[in-house]
Design a protein around this ligand. Structure first.
Ligand code: 4NP
Length: 159
């Protein structure tokens, strides 16, 4: 099976995308897949920081470990990764704008496009909200990443 490299991207890379990375890493271990995951932010404002303590706590309660250190998305990511998953539409627009080559745009998509249980237009930013927002992030991402894995597995079978 071909290895697939997945990059999750949000604004600060301290709440949503590290959570997505942890949910995906958990599923990868469970399914014993030879895939690689990472996450990044569009802003770089939290470069070098561990994830938001609220995200770490809520993820821990649901069985996920957030180990990511924040970094900004860079040009080489567009070549190094096969799938670049934006957490919301603003992240998606930014990623598309800095994409170094139009031929690489096919790697970029909105994570909630893979949801099947409920329809979402992006993962809401929990940073300025209450505790329930952090749980909602995990709910949405569990659904989305399940669907994403089906798509990636299907894609891998055809290439
Ligand atoms: P994230 O959340 O994009 O899911 O990591 C945020 C983190 C930090 C800020 C905004 C959103 N901030 O404004 O510092």
């Amino acid at each position: 099976m071909k290895s697939q490299k997945l990059l999750f991207v949000c604004l600060g890379n301290i709440c949503r995308s590290p959570t997505a990375e942890a949910v995906a890493a958990h599923l990868i271990r469970q399914k014993d897949l030879p895939w690689v995951v990472d996450s990044a932010g569009t802003s770089g404002a939290h470069d070098g920081e561990t994830s938001d303590p609220r995200s770490i706590l809520h993820a821990q309660r649901r069985g996920y470990e957030l180990t990511s250190i924040s970094r900004q998305i860079r040009e080489s990511d567009f070549y190094d990764f096969d799938w670049i998953l934006a957490m919301d539409r603003s992240n998606l627009d930014f990623i598309k704008r800095i994409c170094p080559d139009a031929s690489l745009l096919s790697k970029v998509s909105l994570i909630t496009d893979y949801c099947s249980e409920k329809s979402y237009q992006g993962v809401p930013d929990p940073y300025y909200g209450g505790a329930e927002g952090f749980d909602e992030v995990i709910d949405i991402l569990e659904d989305a990443i399940e669907g994403l894995f089906e798509k990636v597995l299907d894609y891998g079978d055809k290439t």
